[in-house]
Design a binder for this molecule. Structure first.
Ligand code: PCA
Length: 215
């Protein structure tokens, strides 16, 4: 049976005019391969509303696998997230002007959820193909983590595989910046997400190999 994979990306935020997560996800809308088809949807960068948009998309598409994607400006690699935390703690306002501080996402919910994607297998496949990639131990405490937490709660109830991947800035976002933030070409981000989808569809249990962090 063909598996449906929902890929989400975010609208631009913090005054930017582009968000690589949506640019990459939208490029894969309608892409299909052996045993799977991909649908892409854009999420608002707004606490609460983003999760409602995600749950609507899940209801409409009934996906087997959900991979939410966000921009992590300043990171140099494709970051496959391990853990979603039950906290909102924003350093900047979201696109509706909300800036929650130390707020619980789900009262009575677990402190954290783990991704159910084969995160080590995805990182290994990306590295074998020459992409800078790694497991990340935190998706931050802004809208991406908020969506990731809501996604995992929803996915557990429905028995879907789900997780989150952060991607670097695009070259055009860092050109001319004094701080030399790293970036990745859009085509590489797109190809990296293709690999992540293929592994998520094809690998049932994750590989065990070193890939954590000492600090
Ligand atoms: N990145 C932000 C929110 C939207 C996005 O693309 C984050 O990492 O929380």
């Amino acid at each position: 049976m063909t598996k449906t994979v929902l890929l989400t990306g975010f609208e631009p935020f913090n005054g930017a005019d582009v968000n690589p997560s949506w640019e990459a996800a939208r490029a894969l809308d309608g892409w299909s391969g052996p045993g799977f088809q991909v649908a892409a949807r854009e999420l608002p960068c707004v606490f609460g509303r983003a999760n409602l948009a995600l749950f609507d998309a899940i209801d409409a598409l009934q996906p087997d696998i959900v991979i939410a994607v966000g921009q992590a400006g300043g990171r140099h690699e494709i970051s496959v997230e391990r853990v979603a935390l039950n906290v909102d703690d924003a350093t900047i306002p979201d696109n509706a002007g909300q800036q929650p501080v130390d707020a619980t996402i789900a009262d009575g919910g677990p402190a954290a959820y783990f991704s159910t994607l084969p995160i080590k297998a995805i990182v290994r496949a990306l590295r074998l193909r020459g992409f800078p990639a790694g497991v990340s131990q935190t998706a931050g405490t802004f809208v991406c983590n908020h969506v990731f937490y809501g996604l995992m709660q929803h996915a557990q109830a429905r028995g879907m595989k789900a997780g989150f991947i952060h991607v670097p800035f695009l070259p055009q976002q860092v050109a001319g910046r004094a701080d030399a933030a790293p970036s990745m070409a859009l085509n590489d981000i797109i190809d990296g997400l293709r690999i992540a989808v293929e592994v998520a569809v094809g690998v049932e249990s994750d590989v065990a190999e070193a890939g954590g962090a000492t600090h």
